[in-house]
Every structure is written in C-alpha cells, then in structure tokens.
Design a protein around this ligand. Structure first.
Ligand code: NAI
Ligand code: MG
Length: 367
C-alpha cells in the first residue's frame, strides 16, 4: 500500500521550502520507485484566510489518518492581531495535541563543510550527528498545582510542579531505544536524580527499561548540568539523549547552536504507537518559522525542510538508505561551495532556494 503523506505548507517561506521538498518526493518516485500518496492541506494563516480557522476538522482528520505529516511553518505579521484561538500557531498546537505528539526529536548535525559556522572549534563539531529526544507533553510545563499566590506577610510566591509517571517515562524511553537502533545504538538518559524526586524515578524507570528492553544498546545516566557541559566540551560522545520537557527545551537549543545555522535544523514530533498497525503519528517540520522578512523573495534555505523529510523517511517509513541519500546529496552540495544567503560564507557561491534544490537533485542523480 502507498505511504500516505499529508503536506501542510502553511505561511511565509513554509510553502517555498515545502515546494522544494516535493521535488525530492517526485525524484524518489521516479528514481527509487517509492511512491507516496501525497495530499496537501491548509494550516495557519493560509487556513484562516480560506476558512476562518487555523486548522479545520477535515485537515485534522487527514493528519490523524496520514502515515506522516510534512509541515512547513505558520505565522506572520498579517495575523498578529487575531484573537488567541484564531492565531496561526493554534493550528500547530492543535495538531500536536490531537495527534498526542509526546516525543520531540531535535537532531544536531554539522556537515563537514559547515563546521566553521559553529561557535565551537571545527574539530569538535565537524561530522557531528546527535539527537536530542525531549518529552513534550508532561513535566513542569503542564503539571498541577501551579500558580502565583499571595503570601500572608505581603509579597507573592510563584510555584510549579514537576512530575513524571512510570508510563510517561517508559513511553519516551521506548522511543529513545527505537531511535538509537536506527542510529548508533547509544542512549544517554538525562535528569537530576541528585536533587529531584522526579529525577530519581526517571533514572530508575529508564535503567530498568534498558535492562528489560534495551538489548544491544549502550546506556548511561547523566545529570542535566553535566550534560550541558559535555555538549559543549565534546558533543560527539553522544548519539541519542533522552530527557524531560524542561531539560530537553534547554539542551536542544544548546545543541542546535552547536550547528550555528537555523535554516538547516530539522525536527520531528512522534505520537503513541497504534497497537494494531504499529504505526506512530508523526509530524516533521523545520525548527525555523515562517521568516516573513525574506518570504516571497526566493532566497529561503530549503535544507531544514529537506532534512525534515529525510527524518520522515528514516523514522516513519524505515527508509534509512533513502534518508542517507538525501543527507549525502546535501552534504556534497555544501562541500561544493553553494550557499543560500543565510549561511553565506566568504569565498562561497550565493544561490537561490530553487538553485540550491536543483543542485541537490543533480547530486542525487549522481549518487
Ligand atoms: P523565524 O525562524 O521565522 O526567522 C528568524 C530569522 O531567521 C529571520 O531573520 C529569518 O529570515 C531567518 N530564517 C529562518 N528560517 C530561514 C531559512 N529557511 N532560510 C533563510 N533564513 C531563515 O523566526 P521569527 O522571525 O521569530 O518568527 C517569524 C514568524 O514565524 C512568527 O509569526 C512566528 O510566530 C512564526 N514561527 C513559527 C514556527 C512554526 O511554524 N513552527 C516556529 C517559529 C516561529
Ligand atoms: Mg526552546
């Protein structure tokens, strides 16, 4: 049966980078005989303009029904004054919630020829390929009780609750193990079991899960503060880092900046496994937004979206070899010295969105 792909380009440069990615989808169909059943839908401001809501029930149903969703970006100044529930971002948040996307994958990859964009020494990051897996629906951002209360003697007290249950920890742990098996078979679980009870449970549940279900995987526990230090000291020691919502927020931004290029960062969010089909809901999107400052000029970097599609191939369709091809083609084109404006360096050739993709497709033909 064909692989059902729902494409949601969104706003600003979203449609520009998604259009380029669909050229690679076409290439896959022609040259690798893998056909996708591609359907397109509206999301964000584009959906609001068409139907008065940033995500219709029909599009949501299509997303739930699809094998994977390829998302562009949403938002823009045109929509800034809309009421909260009409805002473009609500479309994305509703998708995440209804698809129960609890696992956020944020890889940090540095192609050899891009290592000079990093703020770290080139040897530390050249060829880097690590994955931060962040729990996205639990923890201190959502747990109750939370609030700001008045203190009897005057002044106020703000408080939050950090809590994780065994099932919540196990389900993100299983995703970490699945990912590591498609990568380099190493998992680092990160918490602060030295000072937090939720961390004590996290460490215990993860360690037990590894004993039961982690055969063939190298496993370690690490404190979050040490992990931040290790990411900057020697990031290549990691393969998959799995952690909670709060630590994952911070560590993934830290890891992203090891690469130094927003226009090149992909991401994915995965949901629960369907017990009958074994399929996971999944949404793939670049880390960047709709970039209204450059939209419509044909200069956006398509690589973040293309790498998101490579993740889609690897993690939703088990097409690791094809994902490798796409990544290799991008690597080669960057090595040949082509750059979009956002990653321009001295001595390189500045190209448009379309020419960057043309070159990647030519490279794919050669591989
Ligand atoms: P942004 O990521 O859209 O842009 C930040 C800067 O990076 C801009 O100067 C932009 O030109 C540049 N940039 C981003 N992606 C690029 C690419 N592929 N190629 C070349 N340059 C690129 O973030 P910003 O400006 O804070 O937000 C703009 C809009 O996007 C807002 O409406 C925001 O709410 C929305 N947004 C949407 C996201 C999503 O759809 N998941 C995520 C982040 C922001
Ligand atoms: Mg963040």
């Amino acid at each position: 049966s064909n692989k059902k792909l729902l494409v949601l380009p969104g706003d600003g440069i979203g449609p520009e980078v998604v259009r380029e990615t669909l050229r690679v989808v076409d290439w896959m169909a022609k040259k690798r005989s893998v056909s996708f059943d591609v359907q397109e839908g509206l999301v964000g401001g584009a959906a609001y303009d068409a139907s008065g809501t940033p995500l219709t029930d029909e599009t949501l149903a299509d997303a739930v029904d699809a094998d994977a969703v390829l998302f562009g970006a949403v938002g823009g100044p045109k929509y800034d004054d809309l009421p909260f529930e009409k805002k473009p971002e609500r479309g994305l948040l509703r998708l995440r919630k209804e698809m129960d996307l609890f696992a956020n994958l944020r890889p940090a990859m540095v192609f050899a020829s891009m290592a000079d964009n990093s703020s770290l020494k080139r040897d530390l990051v050249a060829g880097l390929d690590i994955m931060i897996l962040r729990e996205l629906t639990g923890g201190v951002y959502f747990c109750e009780p939370r609030g700001i209360e008045d203190l009897p003697g005057g002044g106020k007290r703000g408080f939050d609750t950090q809590a994780y249950s065994t099932p919540e920890i196990e389900r993100i742990g299983r995703v970490a193990f699945d990912l590591a098996r498609k990568r380099r078979n190493k998992v680092t679980s990160v918490e602060k079991a030295n000072v937090m009870m939720s961390g004590v449970l996290w460490r215990q549940v993860m360690t037990d899960l590894h004993k039961r279900e982690g055969e063939g995987l190298e496993y370690e526990n690490m404190y979050a503060d040490n992990c931040a230090m290790q990411l900057v000291r020697n990031p290549k020691q990691f393969d998959v880092i799995v952690t909670d919502n709060l630590f994952g927020d911070i560590l993934s931004d830290c890891a992203a900046m090891l690469t130094g290029s927003l226009g090149m960062l992909p991401s994915a969010s995965l949901g629960a496994e369907d017990p009958t089909t074994g399929r996971r809901h999944a949404l793939y999107e670049p880390v960047h937004g709709s970039a209204p400052d450059i939209a419509g000029r044909g200069i956006a970097n398509p690589i973040a979206e293309l790498l998101s599609f490579a993740m889609l191939l690897r993690y939703s369709f088990d097409m690791g070899e094809d994902a490798d091809l796409v990544e290799k083609a991008i690597d080669n084109v960057l090595s040949s010295g082509l750059r979009t404006a956002d990653i321009m360096q001295e001595g390189k050739a500045k190209v448009s969105t379309g020419v960057m993709t043309d070159s990647i497709l030519k490279e794919l033909d050669k591989l």
